[in-house]
Design a binder for this molecule. Sequence first.
Ligand code: SF4
Length: 284
Amino acid sequence: MRKSIENLGISEELRGYAWDRPPVEPINGVRVSVSDLNGFCPTRRDIYLKYVLKEKPQVNAYMLRGLACHKVIRETITALKKAVYSGCESGEEIIDNFYGDVSIPEKICGDIGVKPDYCIRLYRVLVIQAAAKVDEVLSKYPDADAENIVGLAFPPFMERKIDGSPVGLSKNLSLDVFTPHSIIMDFKTGVEKYEHMLSLTGYALALEADDETDINFGFVIYIRFGRSVQFVQKEFVVGDELRREFIEVRDEIAELIESGIDPGKPAQCPKYCSFSGVCNEGSC
Ligand code: SF4
C-alpha cells in the first residue's frame, strides 16, 4: 500500500485542509452526514425526504443489528483496555475475565431491542483476538507495562469525533477507528458497496481538515456471521479519483437540498429502503 501511494500521489488541492478553496470548499451552507453518501435511493429522493420534508427513516432490523455491533466493538475494546490498566495483563487473564461474562453484549442488545446471539459471537471473537494480541505483545516485549500493552495491542481511537463542517459534512462525525499511521477504518455489517469507500473518503477529508494532517489509507471492515465470525477487510488508497467522486456526490446532494425540488421516484425501489413506508403509502 505504501508503495502505491508513492506511485499514485495524492493532489494537495484534494486534501481536506484545502477546504477554503475549490474544489474541496463546500458550494453552499448545506452540511450532510456521511451516511447520506451511501444512501439506497437511485434518484436520491431519500435526501429530499430527510432534509426538505424532514421525514424520519424507518429503522429496520438490519440497521439495529449494525448499531448493536458497533456498540459491542466500542464497549468491548474500552472494557478490555480498562482491564489491562487495572492489572489484567495476560491473554489468559483476559479470557478468564471476559469470555464467559457476556453482560456487555447482552446489555447493549437489550437496550437496542435486538436478539443478542450475533453480538455475543462478535464479543467473544473480540475477546479472543485481544487475548492473542496481548500475548503477542508480551512475547515480543516481556517487560511491557500496561500503557505499552494497551498502545500496542488495541486501536488508539474508537469512535473518533470529527468536525466535518469545513468540507461540507456534519459537525459531529464519528469515525469507527483512527490510527496515528494516517489510516482510518469503518466497520460494516451489511453487503459490500462501492459507496462505503466513498463515505470513508469523506471521513478522510474531514480529518485532514480538522487535524491538518494527511490521511492516505482506508479500511472498510465487513463483519460476516457464518460458521465463524469473520472480518473481511477491504483496503484502499484514498486517492484522487475517490476524492473527486466524493466532492461530486457531496455537491450534488448539497444542490438537491438547496433547490428543495423533489427528484421523483426511481423505476424500481431497492428492497430495504428505510423510506419505503413514506414513498409507497401515499404520504408524499
Ligand atoms: S422508497 Fe424508493 S423513492 Fe423513496 S427514498 Fe426509497 S428508494 Fe427512493
